[in-house]
Design a protein around this ligand. Structure first.
Ligand code: ADP
Ligand code: VHF
Length: 372
């Protein structure tokens, strides 16, 4: 069993629960094992970008908390202590293996601005091409709840799309996706191959996270949806398993392989940005007569719009709703809300489409999670 494409560039996400000891503090031994494994991949020519959690876990004891804090200011204070300690450990360990690590801390706002999003790609590309191991984390100390990625699972998938990774590996404290939460259902079985995130898979992932993790299985599945829609297969397996990374690349590891089907969506960078990173500024509602099934195939004209909600400028991303207010797409508009509101269906015949097909992502309601 192999991947459809040769694997050269990888994004590896490692969660707090896989980097911490039973007391919740960062475990040097676990970190060492991960770095050794990554170094082995680097030795044989793979480009590796890490998305590492652990800032809060590395810092909360030094902040004086006995357990992982739950309030935002305490978490942010813990992350401000822990992120430095985490990077210090990573740097030391990578250097002892002959590699340089670098830190990239980002916020959701960085990705919702298209220029900053593209700039992050350029930076990561330079680092990867020069053999460095970029290590991403959310900039926890400065992000407010409302604007957080919140979990590094979806961040890792967005980063994988950003840098055109060939594979996303998510390492956790469990050996893959089960058909039910194994903490509740002792008979749950491991799913080894998933080609589509069906409602049953969503239901199996449930909602809850572990005591040290943030996202739980749900955010991992949301991440996999983003990766797959960006044309990137994913693997979910247990951190600390010997040689898990190389085995996952060779499809010889125990875990869940999320494989792409030949007809699966493959959004380009622009559409990934629209779908997963932009922040829609308003809504347009299609008229009852507009042919919703033709969205993305036929031009969407001002005459197809029955209502404009909110205020937006030309060039903004807006949600596209059908006449029953169900979201059917997201796109960059060629008109401002003011212009669209002024459109007179009986007199005006504007020819320019409301959203160009190149700037449109359709049918998001089907399965794609949207980070907005
Ligand atoms: N269907 C499922 N399959 C596997 N694990 C599940 C499932 N549903 C819930 N979980 C729980 O999700 C946990 C992993 O999420 P989390 O603690 O956030 O990890 P991480 O710190 O690696 O991000 C597992 O330890 C497991 O208890
Ligand atoms: N950014 C936070 C972690 C957020 C997070 O997603 O945690 P996890 O679910 O353990 O991957 C930190 O570094 O502590």
């Amino acid at each position: 069993m192999t991947y459809n494409k040769e694997i050269k560039r990888l994004v590896i996400k490692i969660g707090s629960s896989s980097l911490t000891s039973t007391h919740g503090e960062i475990s040097r031994k676990k970190l060492e094992r991960l770095v050794d494994d990554v170094a082995k991949l680097k030795d044989i020519g793979y480009e590796v970008l890490l998305v590492s959690s652990g800032a809060v876990a590395a810092g909360y004891r030094k902040l004086g908390c006995l357990n992982r804090p739950t309030s935002l200011p305490e978490k942010q204070a813990a992350a401000s202590i822990g992120q430095g300690l985490l990077m210090e450990a990573y740097s030391e360990l990578f250097l002892s293996n002959g590699y340089v690590a670098s830190q990239i801390l980002i916020t959701r706002e960085d990705f919702s601005d298209e220029n900053r999003y593209n700039n992050a790609r350029n930076t990561a590309n330079v680092l990867l091409e020069r053999g460095i191991v970029p290590i991403f984390n959310e900039n926890d100390t400065v992000t407010v709840n409302r604007l957080k990625f919140g979990d590094n699972d979806t961040l890792s998938a967005k980063v994988a799309g950003l840098i055109d990774a060939d594979l996303l590996i998510i390492l956790s404290d469990i050996d893959g996706l089960y058909d039910g939460d194994p903490r509740i259902n002792k008979d749950a079985t491991l799913l080894r191959k998933v080609e589509e995130i069906t409602p049953e898979i969503d239901a199996a992932a449930g909602e809850s996270a572990s005591s040290v993790g943030t996202g739980g299985m749900k955010s991992k599945i949301d991440a996999v949806k983003i990766a797959m829609a960006s044309g990137i297969p994913a693997f979910l397996g247990r951190a600390g398993t010997p040689n898990i990374l190389l085995k996952a690349i060779k499809k010889q590891a125990t875990g869940t392989y999320f494989q792409l089907k030949s007809n699966s969506v493959n959004l380009n960078h622009k559409k990934q940005w629209i779908a997963f990173n932009s922040g829609p500024e308003g809504e347009v509602v299609l008229s009852e007569t507009a042919d919703v099934s033709m969205l993305g195939e036929k031009q969407l004209l001002p005459s197809d719009i029955s209502q404009v909600i909110g205020e937006f400028k030309e060039g903004s991303v807006v949600k596209i709703l059908d006449y029953e207010r169900k979201r059917i797409g997201l796109g960059v508009v060629n008109y401002s809300s003011k212009q669209l509101k002024a459109y007179d269906t009986t007199e005006d015949k504007w020819e320019e489409e409301v959203v160009k097909n190149d700037n449109l992502v359709c049918h998001l309601e089907s399965s794609l999670p949207v980070g907005v």
